[in-house]
Write a protein that binds this ligand. Structure first.
Ligand code: MCA
Ligand code: AMP
Length: 404
């Protein structure tokens, strides 16, 4: 089912694989609703069990092909039930939904919670900060990625009065800066609830509804979710306060990657804990902190980018010897995709040519926001590119110019 504007492209693709493409636009127009309206509303229910496959969501991997995370009905239902309860959703709630519906956040967290609670939503086709501010008085809740909150704070109309009917602001998919959390509280009187999840696991933790919503943390494991911090190599559970791999187990965790048994096996421990790839710790009060990533991943505005995919495209260009792609602190997107490139001798390839060449091959959000040319990449004694040094060198690249 695709946007009517893409019917020709997707239709051709669908035909090649023996499928048909239906269309559905932002205002409910398209062949899907046309056809549905002509069908009988009488049909037999098909009973599904908790372990039956409900969805396959594709998520990119460090190398190679994307992986299809197989999610069962119980994975989705258990998580929606827990979130409705933890975040106190009822039929009286109205959620502003402005997230894309091709990812867990907009597709499951926002939508399933609303369906499960019998609540309503104001369903937006895109995130327009001025429009969101104008919708606030009609709503009780908003869910977004940190970039939403950063952009909403730039709206003059955002104040306590505008947010007075809202009872809940939720942030996730990427780290919410403590300064954004604080600025939001000062402007609106509300503490954003930050939570932590993954495509493979749905939601794992959340800050509390009652009790302190601690900035810079993702709160406590949700009921039914076991979360531990383990030594990344040995898998041994570490002492409280130590930094290690975040591992989770529970009814929210997926069954494996579609037709990839080896990949699936590699990401679970023998006792069925899923290895998230996120590094974190649990503080003395039980709050989970995410302190970094064990996976080479950039999260820009809530979208994931695996550097390898971008590097492969850049390295394939004539005039490029090699490249390293890193995420550098960005005031709007959290992290900005940044390419550090070594040209071949005598090459004069420019940043615009590099970005131009990958346009059409990679989604827009994966394009480098800046390309920097260097004579060589820093490497350690093993010959591995030291990405931490690159992130440090360019840490102020996107910093807004300091006034005065
Ligand atoms: C758009 N652009 C981006 C991004 N979005 N570049 C980098 N990162 C992005 N996220 C590009 C546009 O193509 C455009 O390029 C330029 O940046 C400015 O576009 P703009 O109009 O400002 O962007 P937008 O269309 O308003 O989108 C920004 C956005 C969007 C609303 C923040 O990125 C978004 O909806 N993000 C949410 C993603 C999400 O739902 N993630 C959840 C994944 P040009 O100017 O060159 O044309 S699920 C997940 O992570 C787990 C399970 C979890 O815990 O939730
Ligand atoms: P995805 O692969 O799109 O499901 O993205 C999942 C990843 O997003 C997690 O493994 C984390 O790295 C990151 N993530 C989600 N929520 C948060 C959060 N609140 N703080 C920091 N990182 C987060």
């Amino acid at each position: 089912v695709c946007d009517p504007a893409r019917a020709a492209d997707i239709g051709a693709l669908a035909e090649r694989s023996g499928a048909i493409a239906l269309t559905l636009g932002g205002n409910g127009e398209g062949s899907l609703m046309d056809q549905a309206s002509r069908r009988s509303s009488d049909f037999r229910d098909v009973v599904r069990g908790p372990d039956d496959l409900a969805a396959i969501l594709y998520t990119s991997g460090t190398t190679g092909r994307s992986k299809g995370a197989m999610l069962s009905h119980e994975n989705l239902a258990s998580n929606a039930r827990v979130l409705v309860d933890q975040w106190r959703f009822t039929a009286a709630d109205v959620l502003i939904h402005a997230l894309p519906i091709f990812h867990t956040h907009g597709l499951f967290v926002a939508t399933n919670v609303i369906l499960m609670a019998g609540a309503s939503m104001l369903f937006e086709t895109r995130f327009d900060p001025a429009r969101i501010v104008s919708l606030l008085p009609r709503a009780t809740a908003l869910m977004g990625v940190p970039t939403f909150y950063v952009r909403l704070l730039q709206q003059d109309g955002l104040n306590r009065q505008a947010a007075k009917n809202i009872r809940l602001f939720v942030s996730g998919s990427a780290p919410l800066l403590a300064e954004t959390h604080k600025a939001w509280r000062e402007r609106t009187g509300h503490s954003i609830i930050e939570r932590y999840g993954m495509t493979e696991t749905n939601m794992n933790t959340s800050n509390p509804y009652d009790g302190e919503r601690r900035a810079g943390t993702v709160g406590f494991p949700l009921p039914g979710v076991a979360l531990r911090i383990a030594d990344p190599e040995s898998g041994e559970t570490l002492a409280q306060g130590e930094v290690g791999m975040i591992e989770v187990k529970g009814p929210n965790v997926f069954g494996g990657y579609w037709r990839m048994p080896e990949k699936t096996k590699a990401e679970f421990r023998d006792d069925s804990f899923f290895i998230t790839g996120d590094l974190g710790l649990i503080d003395a009060d039980g709050y989970v902190h995410i302190v970094g990533r064990g996976k080479d991943l950039i999260i820009s505005g809530g979208y994931n980018i695996y550097p390898k995919e971008v590097e492969s495209e850049i390295d394939a260009l004539p005039g490029v010897a090699e490249s390293a792609v890193v995420g550098v602190a960005h005031p709007d997107f959290g992290e900005g995709v940044t390419a550090i490139v070594v040209r071949t001798p005598a090459s004069t390839i420019t940043a615009a040519e590099i970005v131009g060449a990958i346009a059409g091959r990679l989604a827009k959000y994966k394009h480098p926001k800046q390309v920097i040319f260097v004579d060589e990449l820093p490497r350690n004694t093993m010959g591995k590119v030291q990405k931490n040094l690159l992130r440090e060198t360019y840490k102020d690249l996107y910093a807004p110019a300091k006034a005065g």
